[in-house]
Design a protein around this ligand. Structure first.
Ligand code: ADE
Length: 250
């Protein structure tokens, strides 16, 4: 999979391949990323990439000409590309969007700065607009890095068996269960007994119940979108009853 990132701050985005899972995937040739600086497509002596907004107002807008040239050059190099503009006005990012993107061979991520980019670039060349959440970053770079990281770890062969993405939070549309490692006791807190039982069926059931319970407590809307099995409903019911009883006791 290839990512082309159009950014005024290539050195910032390049750090995403410097280490961790993405770094390893890039070294193994499972993905690669190139950054394109729109400044390299500016034609004036000052290499200007922004200009004042028509209609007045504060801030500057990224000029369409350099961006269009940069995007079209990438399209010519890579053929069929999906172009995504990172913006707080975009569709809120979800795991399913990353899963879809992991099936695409060539992606162009467009990072805005200042007040944004000229709307005509979006009309002419952008396929989708994505947001990483309802807050405003100073540019699309961190958002693009989130997309690169979240997508790369879903590519075939990137994660080893022990890191498998199958058990991630959200892989099943719900949150993950809690995790424990040694020691068995720390500052009065003990590992739940069932995890020490060696009974894999019971452990699986406990984890499923914890995952459902946490989702109900922290992100109830996620469960409303799901059709739970009879067994899941029972696990969740028992979890909520348990919570209520412990609330009454304390
Ligand atoms: N650029 C600035 N803020 C952003 C956000 N929340 N998501 C995507 N791109 C952005």
């Amino acid at each position: 999979m290839h990512f082309s990132v159009i950014t005024l701050f290539p050195e910032m985005v390049e750090s995403v391949v410097n280490g961790g899972v993405v770094g390893r995937a890039s070294k193994r040739g499972l993905m690669n990323m190139t950054c394109i600086n729109p400044r390299d497509y500016a034609e004036d002596v000052h290499r200007t990439v922004d200009d004042r907004p028509y209609g007045g107002g504060p801030g500057m807008v990224m000029r369409p000409d350099c961006l269009l040239r940069a995007i079209r050059d990438e399209r010519n190099k890579f053929g069929d590309c999906k172009v995504i503009y990172m913006t707080p006005q975009g569709r809120p990012l979800q795991q399913s969007m990353l899963e879809g993107l992991a099936k695409v061979d060539n992606v162009i991520l467009l990072c805005g700065r200042y007040e944004g980019i000229d709307e005509r670039v979006i009309t002419l060349e952008v396929d989708e607009e994505w947001s990483v959440g309802d807050y405003v970053l100073s540019g699309g770079e961190l958002a693009a890095m989130i997309v690169i990281d979240g997508t790369t770890r879903l590519l075939p062969e990137v994660l080893g068996h022990t890191e498998s993405a199958v058990q991630d939070s959200f892989s099943d549309g719900i949150l993950d269960h809690p995790h424990y490692t040694r020691p068995e006791k720390i500052e009065d807190l003990e590992v739940p007994e069932v995890l020490l039982s060696g009974n894999h069926k019971l452990i699986e059931q406990w984890r499923r119940q914890q995952a459902l319970g946490r989702t109900q407590l922290r992100r109830p809307a996620l469960l409303q979108e799901k059709e739970l099995s009879g067994q899941d409903k029972q696990l969740l019911d028992d979890f909520m009853k348990e919570i209520k009883t412990s609330e009454v006791k304390s």
